[in-house]
Write a protein that binds this ligand. Structure first.
Ligand SMILES: [Zn+2]
Ligand SMILES: [Zn+2]
Length: 253
């Protein structure tokens, strides 16, 4: 399987180590045809990029496009879900400016309301200590993700199930119905082959991302590709692989 685009990379604008330029140069060295800068939304406690940073990132990307014609440089995000009813931490106007939208359910976020903060942050936090909360927390996490998929046009859900329990089948069904891909995160590499099989059987598409937090890790997709292949996926199933990479995500450019 050949993956041509790494859509999941971070820079110093959040808690990554490199600059936008360094991620782009690293992607060119790896032979990628497209690279996305996907910073955390502002609700991520301590690490999210501010809304003003997104303006700067956009400007940097547009300038770099002039300089590096050999690669497509995409303006993306990894937005946070900040309420159980599926609200994101980026305004609609910015979402429209992005080339693609990725969303992750991160437990360490400021909720939209105190109640949401309790459900998303404290629920997942307490679960580490109180196992019997499991079914309720899983139900809330899944509801938050499914609602976000229904509310917005989301291209990719990043690392589903990492740090937070979710109902695989329910998420895969919602994602399949809206054309939202589920990420196989090569950086964390936790996604099971069983998960991939279930999601594929329900019609879900996938994206493979590095979740690079330093330029050296950009385009490091091997572990994700292994999971995809073992899970029975072909290039057809992966939006940034094979021939799919062209024209699927970056239709907005
Ligand atoms: Zn993430
Ligand atoms: Zn990430």
């Amino acid at each position: 399987m050949k993956v041509w685009a790494d859509l999941h990379t971070h820079t110093r604008y959040s808690h990554g180590r490199g600059t936008v330029r360094e991620n782009v140069e690293a992607a060119i060295k790896k032979g990628l045809k497209a690279v996305g800068i996907s910073e955390h939304g502002p609700a991520n406690i301590g690490i999210g990029a501010a809304l003003d940073d997104f303006k700067r990132i956009k400007e940097e990307i547009y300038n770099l496009r002039e300089e590096y014609r050999e690669i497509k440089i995409l303006f993306g995000c990894e937005a946070n879900i900040i309420s159980v009813d599926g609200k994101l931490d980026l305004p609609e106007k910015l979402l429209e400016e992005l080339d693609y939208v990725m969303v992750g359910l991160h437990p360490m976020v400021w909720g939209s309301t105190l109640r949401d903060f309790f459900h998303i942050f404290l629920g997942n936090f307490a679960l580490k200590r109180i196992a019997r909360l499991g079914p309720k927390v899983m139900e809330q996490n899944t509801r938050a993700l499914v609602n976000a998929i229904k509310n917005y046009r989301i291209d990719v859900i990043t690392h589903p199930g990492l740090h937070v329990p979710i109902d695989t089948a329910a998420l895969a069904e919602a994602a399949a119905s809206r054309g939202t891909a589920l990420e196989i995160n090569a950086g964390h590499g936790y996604m099971t082959i069983e998960y991939v099989r279930i999601a594929k059987s329900l019609g879900a598409k996938f994206a493979i991302g590095s979740d690079a937090h330093s330029p050296e890790k950009v385009g490091e997709l091997k572990r994700g590709i292994e999971i995809a292949v073992k899970g029975g996926l072909t290039e057809e199933d992966v939006i940034n692989a094979g021939r799919n990479w062209e024209g699927s995500l970056w239709r907005r450019i």
